[in-house]
Design a protein. Structure first.
Length: 326
């Protein structure tokens, strides 16, 4: 029996948390894990420092997610889809963890292994995929609630089974989740064909300001834009996907001014250009083709630094690709 399975089997009260600025995999893996462990008779508290974006509010259990810290009675802490401890935000700080056992479940190649026990699988396309496999290892029945949450994580992190890390195993997991009652077309429509008028207006403004240089395409979202259009949590996350589709660009980046003044950067790359080292060098993290960071600098300073780094990465990637073809 693996250490992870034993840790989960012996736990009685579990505090589970995922990352700030939650996306579909943060919420899907958190809630899927919550339902699986509840089916095994555990008491589980799902926590997130930031609000659940409206598009995921109807997931089973979403209304229960709160910005709470662990209680003294919780005997196991679990982190899902967070590549480092700071990504958990206010719900689980280093002080909150203290000497308590922390299990980290994650698929980021940049994961810092900040738990007492770390289940890290960078070959998994989503943390939800890992939770599904873990649930099966635990012998837990996957019901419609957990399947719906987990398939949401699988579908959103693979952009609807289109990312380079979409393996046969992803499709096998998705098939089992559908068989357990998850509605794939509804999840896909809710994730991708569903946005507010304001967020499409924001996309229009962002695309209007888009620039392309040396294989790097970028745009920026200022607080003025976000406030004027009343953009809510998660409602700007899709813009980088439009930029990443530009044929002439190997790297795409969206700079977003947060309400605390820090700049959030969201990056995407063509297959073969690894963004994970770029994100790490900026103090962030992520995957080879999708990564990010948050920098406490001005918009212009961040833009200058990140675009320079991405231009270097694109140039190196192009030299290497030419070399491979020669
Ligand atoms: P996105 O661009 O969709 O916000 O994030 C892409 C990937 O980069 C995700 O896997 C996300 O977890 C990671 N990421 C985004 N922003 C940050 C950040 O500020 N810090 C860290 N460590 N990872 C980030
Ligand atoms: Mn993920």
């Amino acid at each position: 029996m693996s250490e992870v399975v034993e840790m989960l089997q012996t736990a009685r009260r579990i505090f589970a948390a995922s990352h700030i600025d939650p996306d579909g995999d943060a919420i899907g893996s958190l809630l899927g894990f919550t339902w699986i462990m509840r089916r095994l008779g555990k008491t589980v508290t799902p926590a997130l420092a930031d609000a659940v974006p409206w598009r995921f509010c109807k997931l089973p259990g979403a209304a229960e997610i709160a910005a709470v810290k662990p209680s003294p009675d919780d005997d196991l802490l679990v982190s899902l889809d967070a590549s480092d401890q700071s990504r958990l935000g206010s719900v689980l700080t280093a002080d909150d963890i203290g000497e308590r056992p922390l299990l980290v479940i994650d698929h980021h190649v940049t994961n810092t292994r900040f738990g007492a026990v770390n289940l890290i699988d960078p070959t998994a396309a989503s943390t939800a995929e890992m939770v599904c496999l873990l649930g099966e290892e635990l012998g837990a029945p996957i019901d419609e609630a957990s399947a719906t949450c987990l398939l949401t994580g699988v579908v959103t992190d693979t952009l609807g089974f289109r990312t380079t890390n979409t393996t046969p195993r992803v499709l096998e997991v998705a098939q089992r989740l559908m068989q357990a009652g998850a509605n794939l077309p509804e999840i896909a429509r809710g994730a991708f064909n569903n946005q507010s008028y304001a967020s499409l207006r924001l996309t229009a403004e962002a695309l209007n300001k888009m620039q392309l240089e040396d294989g790097v395409v970028w745009t920026e979202l200022t607080q003025e834009m976000l406030k004027r259009l009343e953009i809510g949590p998660g409602d700007a996350a899709g813009i980088v996907g439009y930029l990443a589709s530009v044929r002439e660009a190997d790297a795409a980046v969206v700079f977003r001014e947060r309400d605390d003044g820090r700049i959030d950067i969201s990056m995407r790359s063509k297959p073969g250009l690894n963004l994970a080292p770029v994100a790490l060098s900026l103090g962030g993290g992520g995957h080879p083709q999708a990564a990010g960071a948050t920098l406490p600098l001005s918009m212009s300073a961040v833009r200058e630094r990140v675009i320079a780094e991405l231009k270097r990465a694109v140039a190196a990637h192009r030299t290497q690709t030419v070399g491979e073809k020669a």
